[in-house]
Design a protein around this ligand. Structure first.
Ligand SMILES: Cc1ncc(C[n+]2csc(CCOP(=O)(O)OP(=O)(O)O)c2C)c(N)n1
Length: 287
């Protein structure tokens, strides 16, 4: 991936993060830090990897993307709107009765949403079913699924992980958004998931661990799929909950908190500044 493409995606990331702050603050509904921790994961996938068509969101050979940690959907909405799955004006109607975008994603209402999620531990098992169906029907698309590290406390995740390896679903990819936090605090204190990479490996998955904010690492991983023929692929993406807004990063209270006017302005100003710096760097970059 060229340096300019990386910076372009980083610039997009600041815009996605601004949309997240804007949506949630205006509607007073949503989970800002959960959405911010996976911005790079979503943007590398949607802008460079996934075979999807906003004009034809149900085309049969499309890759399937499932946000199993559905509460983080604000950043996914920002990406889908930017790509044209629905008009940007829908973002303004987020979490209102007149719009299609709710606090959790609904497949019946939102073009580009494959599975309605929000009840943790359910999106990923549905992805396993989709991957199995693709295998049985000799279809070539992949199924990508983002799960939370707190979500990995759900028993359904491990039942589904086990099934995937047994049936050799090498068309299935799980990305664990390992931001080390869940709703009420530190994942290691609340219900220690232990070493997630070892755990996925022991369930028969070919597993790698990377920095989930590093665009080049993500791109390299997504272009090396499957990591091993005949095995499902797991990416443990180390991320920061609330990434990009200094006073929200790793701060437990922000899981469901809504910024006041001053906090809103501060967050937007930080993101504006990040975009300004990146644009300057891009100006000095040749390729
Ligand atoms: C089955 C279920 N139980 C509880 C909740 C409430 N809940 C919403 S977000 C959340 C924390 C999820 O943590 P994690 O998966 O680590 O995602 P993060 O927000 O940290 O990215 C919980 C418990 C839920 N949505 N579904």
């Amino acid at each position: 991936m060229t340096k300019v493409k990386v910076i372009d995606l980083q610039i997009k990331g600041t815009r996605i993060r601004r949309d997240v702050i804007d949506l949630v603050t205006r509607s007073r509904d949503g989970h800002i830090p959960s959405a911010q921790s996976m911005v790079e994961i979503l943007s590398v996938l949607y802008y460079h990897i996934l075979n999807v068509d906003p004009k034809n969101p149900n085309k049969p050979d499309r890759d399937r993307f499932i946000l199993s940690k559905g509460h983080g959907c604000a950043s996914l909405y920002a990406v889908l709107a930017d790509l044209g799955f629905f008009p940007r004006s829908e973002l303004e109607k987020y979490a209102t009765m007149s719009g299609i975008l709710g606090g959790h994603p609904e497949m019946q209402k939102v073009p580009g949403i494959e599975v309605s999620t929000g009840s943790l531990g359910h999106g990923f098992p549905m992805g396993v079913g989709m991957a199995m169906s693709a295998k049985l029907n000799n279809q070539k698309h992949k199924v990508y699924c983002v799960v939370g590290d707190g979500e990995c406390n759900e028993g359904t995740i491990w039942e589904a992980a086990n099934i995937s390896a047994h049936f050799k679903l090498d068309n299935l990819v799980v990305i664990v958004d390992h931001n080390k936090q869940q709703a009420s605090g530190d994942v290691f204190e609340i219900m220690n998931p232990h070493l997630l990479s070892e755990k996925w490996k022991s369930f028969g998955w070919e597993t790698i661990e990377l920095d989930g904010h590093n665009i080049e690492s993500l791109h390299k991983a997504f272009t090396s799929l499957p990591f091993k023929s005949g095995k499902p692929s797991a990416i443990i993406a180390n991320t920061i909950k609330g990434k990009g807004i200094s006073f929200m990063e790793n701060e437990r209270r922000w899981h469901t908190a809504i910024p006041n006017e001053e906090e809103f302005k501060l967050a937007m100003a930080e993101l504006d500044e990040q975009e300004k710096q990146l644009t300057k760097i891009k100006g000095g970059s040749k390729k």
